[in-house]
Design a binder for this molecule. Structure first.
Ligand code: FAD
Length: 318
């Protein structure tokens, strides 16, 4: 079922959903089931699965030379989506990215997803790989998420890359995209970011999921700006409970977000990460309640490898 159909059939009730990462290569899928199993109590209609492209590592050859190797630490997004649908009978939403794919590879990946009965895709550009400052598309790949949205939308209209293919089967993916309440880090300003957001919606995107934020006023202001820009699609807030002291620096660095003073002070006063986890849970419950009271369609949680804290939060709210 499509995300927008889930939202429509909720009749204004806030739904619970979450995002998981594929396990590190070499781990068993049971490690992922251990994260998901407890959360099924809260009846998520869908679960997102992130996509992780290759990274470069440098191996010391022992002769003063370094060997550059490309590795994918977390493969398996598509397989995991299929496994989730089979095991839990809920929709799985694979994240698909521009990075690392040319258009033909993207098309073939979408064919796989269609055959698997996957109804939704979250379409993203992907970040630059760690060794590069700027995002570099593959030769004949997409430079921006909007181009990937257009490719999925074209397939939804039965238009494949090879024009000579006749009598094509149109796919029917519901397309989600990312939104940034605190602006995407490369956008020169919010107006420009919203301009491209609107273009993605005009190109076929039907809902958006936000980057994490810790101050709800940023989400509410974002929703206001998005609506003023003429974008009407549902906006799903993404939340991640803070869990370690390291997050104080890591989250702003990696996700280009601000942490409110009060949260930073509370975390700094904690003696250990066990106490930080409690602060994170309380903060997230408070945020979630306020968002729920404001009538958000879904509360979408980033689990990032552990779900005990999301479980505690969901137990308070759902
Ligand atoms: P785009 O929409 O392409 O935007 C990137 C920047 O370019 C923005 O500043 C935008 O304003 C600007 N822009 C957009 N279109 C144009 C254009 N045509 N011309 C000029 N400028 C333009 N990354 C992963 O690798 N895997 C994941 O699974 C993943 N999941 C995510 C889930 C969520 C909910 C979010 C919020 C992010 C996720 N990301 C993931 C990270 C995402 O890939 C990065 O934030 C990336 O830097 C931007 O992706 P985007 O789809 O927003 O890009």
């Amino acid at each position: 079922m499509k995300i927008i159909e889930h939202l429509a059939s909720a009749n204004g009730k806030t739904l619970f959903s979450f995002e998981v990462l594929p396990p590190l290569k070499g781990e068993n899928i049971e490690s992922l089931y251990n994260i998901i199993d407890p959360l099924m109590e809260f009846k998520p209609p869908f679960i997102d699965v992130t996509y992780h492209r290759e990274e470069y590592v440098f191996k010391d050859r022992g002769n003063g030379l370094l060997e550059k190797r490309s590795i994918r630490k977390r493969p398996g997004t598509v397989g995991i989506c299929a496994a989730i649908m089979y095991r839990y009978k809920v929709d799985a939403v694979p994240h698909i990215i521009c990075g690392g794919f040319n258009r033909e590879e993207t098309e073939n990946a979408l064919v796989d997803l269609d055959y698997l009965g996957i109804d939704n895709v979250l379409v993203l550009r992907g970040d630059p790989i760690r060794s590069e400052i700027y995002f570099k598309p593959e030769p004949d790949g997409h430079a921006y998420a909007i181009d990937l949205v257009k490719q999925v939308d074209a397939m939804n209209h039965g238009i494949y890359l090879e024009e000579s293919i006749g009598d094509t089967h149109p796919t029917d993916f519901c397309i989600g995209i990312a939104g940034y309440p605190e602006k995407h880090f490369e956008a020169p300003n919010m107006k420009s970011d919203l301009h491209w957001l609107r273009k993605k919606v005009e190109s076929g995107a039907e809902y958006l999921v936000t980057q994490m934020f810790y101050d709800n006023s940023k989400y509410f202001e974002f929703v206001k700006q998005v609506r003023e820009a003429g974008i009407e699609v549902p906006i799903i807030p993404g939340l991640k409970p803070i869990a370690t002291k390291k997050h104080l620096n890591l989250l702003p660095h990696r996700f280009n977000i601000d942490l409110p003073d009060d949260l930073v002070n509370e975390v700094n006063q904690c003696e250990d990460n066990k106490a930080v986890r409690e602060v994170g849970i309380e903060w997230c419950i408070h945020q979630s309640r306020e968002l729920m009271d404001a009538g958000v369609p879904v509360l979408h949680y980033y689990t990032m490898g552990k779900s005990d804290n999301v479980y505690r939060i969901a137990r308070e709210l759902f």
